[in-house]
Design a protein around this ligand. Structure first.
Ligand code: HEM
Length: 488
């Protein structure tokens, strides 16, 4: 930061085209050269209340704080106003937000929780730092260019065993050094997993959230739980090291979540099966190496087969309302030979293989969905304090306060329910979870994703036109409102 100090009167002299300074939050910016390139135009900067003046209020009514932190704009700052102090501070990377309700109560100073131990707290700190340093920059860049999450992100995740941890507690963690030894494999539980899911909200990039290994999260567990040892021992290390990717390929244009109506057919042949058919809406399908595929059998049952990318397998990107970084694909299998050893579970009994994963999948989706919802609550709370209308902050309007109260109540209710369900998961065997928690998890997901849509609508109302604009102030609101139906 430049140490040069100016007086308000000195700044006021620079108030015309070619010689234009402004004050924003006690800092002085020289916009003389930039003014002609300003995305909001030159005229707004030459206004009597802006040119040479303190434009803090005007600026924060129109821009996100991050604008001033971008290197190309940061360098416009030439000094500060003598005797004034900045009042706006960005949250340092990895730290807890000080916006009320921006964090679940267990992370809010002064509050208590029976669910989280010291191990969870240490883990949360490390994961947030990793997310914000490694993942968030890549997430924002890939959302823009639509490319797959960068390989260096998978490599870094693999080093810390994040890919393995994303699958939750279990045998697959045995012998691994988690987060450089921060958590022992045997102490890693569903609250650690919940933390990982919730910290992904800070990337504010729903397509990338799925792109960053969503296919593995749902496609690998059936291989671990039902695959033959040789198949498991080949695939698991490749995927956990970030070198290869899985996708779960169940839904078809003919049958969505109606798994009993699948048409993709596996015919028994010498040494294995021949598979012919199509799959649609397959997350990570454009770049996956292994597909965990649900196929109908000639006897009318269901086989789940692991199909490797190769001859007869073609994947095409499908355009969805979120970004192509998720790698959503349409897949065709044309008489593909699959070795008998790639069958998961028993022949004709694949429905059990597919359904066995659904509870964990739904719960995982819900953890992230609730955190995404909270991120939007934080965006709204920041905006209503920043934005002044009729001379007062937006939050002084009763209708806005009422919307905020509803938003906060919804996310708090969802988080508390989630923690209750997670506590049950921690204390039940997997089979007990299937018996007792299928209902509660389904209901929780319904509640969390319905309330998410209400919050998205309220957020757009609060942000106005900015909430439907892909860049600038309301960009995360626009993104959320567009992508929120995915989880439901
Ligand atoms: C350091 C000074 C400034 C920088 C670096 C800057 C930068 C930008 C950028 C990058 C945008 C595009 C939208 C976004 O990403 O937020 C923008 C839009 C805009 N800016 Fe600025 N700006 C500055 C100062 C100002 C000031 C003092 C005003 C005063 C009125 C202003 C008025 C606007 C307007 C009206 C828009 C269009 C907003 C919209 O589309 O909703 N800017 N500015």
């Amino acid at each position: 930061m430049s140490a040069k100090l100016f007086s308000v009167d000195e700044v006021a002299k620079h108030n015309k085209e070619g010689d234009l300074w402004v004050i924003i939050d006690s800092k002085v910016y020289d916009l003389s050269k930039f003014a002609g390139m300003h995305p909001g135009g030159l005229a707004v900067l030459l206004d009597d209340e802006v040119a040479g003046q303190d434009a803090t209020e005007a600026f924060f009514g129109l821009h996100r704080y991050e604008v001033l932190q971008k290197p190309q704009y940061k360098r416009l700052m030439i000094g500060s106003i003598q005797g004034q102090k900045s009042s706006i501070q960005a949250r340092p990377v990895g730290e807890i937000s000080r916006v009320p309700y921006a964090e679940p109560s267990w992370l809010t100073p002064g509050y208590f929780s029976p669910y989280y131990s010291e191990s969870h707290r240490k883990f949360q700190k490390a994961i947030r730092k990793f997310m914000e340093e490694v993942i968030v920059p890549d997430a924002q860049a890939r959302e823009e260019d639509g490319k797959r999450a960068s390989q260096h992100v998978f490599d870094e995740m693999a080093k810390l065993e994040i890919i393995a941890m994303r699958l939750g507690p279990g045998q697959h963690l045995k012998g691994r050094t988690l987060m450089s030894g921060l958590v022992k494999p045997e102490e890693f539980d569903y609250f650690h997993e919940l933390i990982m899911g919730q910290e992904t909200a800070h990337m504010a990039a729903r397509g990338y959230q799925d792109g960053m290994g969503g296919g593995t999260y749902i496609g690998l567990p059936p291989i671990i739980n039902f695959g033959k040892p040789a198949l498991r021992d080949k695939i698991v290390p490749e995927v956990f090291s970030g070198k290869k990717f899985c996708a779960l390929a169940i839904s078809e244009a003919f049958a969505g979540s109606d798994v009993a109506g699948l048409k993709c057919l596996s015919k028994k042949v010498d040494g294995g099966y021949r598979v012919t058919g199509t799959k649609k809406w397959i997350t990570n399908g454009t770049f996956a190496d292994y597909f965990t595929v649900g196929c109908r059998t000639e006897q009318g049952g269901l086989n789940v087969l692991v199909i490797e990318r190769g001859e007869g397998v073609e994947t095409k990107a499908i355009k969805t309302s979120y970004s192509p970084t998720a790698g959503t694909a349409y897949i065709t299998f044309d008489n593909v030979f699959v070795p008998a050893d790639n069958l998961l579970g028993e022949e004709n009994k694949g429905l059990h293989v597919i359904l066995s994963n659904f509870n964990h999948e739904r719960w995982g989706m819900t953890t992230a969905a609730i955190a995404n919802q909270r991120f939007i609550v934080e965006e709204c709370l920041k905006w209503v304090s920043q934005r002044k209308v009729f001379g007062k902050p937006l939050h002084s309007q009763a209708v806005i306060r009422s919307k905020l109260a509803a938003m906060i109540s919804r996310v708090e209710a969802a988080q508390n329910w989630l923690e209750h369900v997670t506590y049950q998961m921690n204390n039940m065997k997997y089979k007990e979870q299937a018996d007792r928690l299928a209902g509660p998890i389904g209901l929780l997901k319904k509640f969390a994703t319905e309330t998410a849509q209400e919050t998205a609508r309220d957020a757009v109302q609060i942000f106005g036109g900015r909430g439907i604009t892909k860049t600038g102030m309301g960009k995360f609101i626009e993104h959320y409102h567009r992508t929120v139906p995915f989880d439901a």
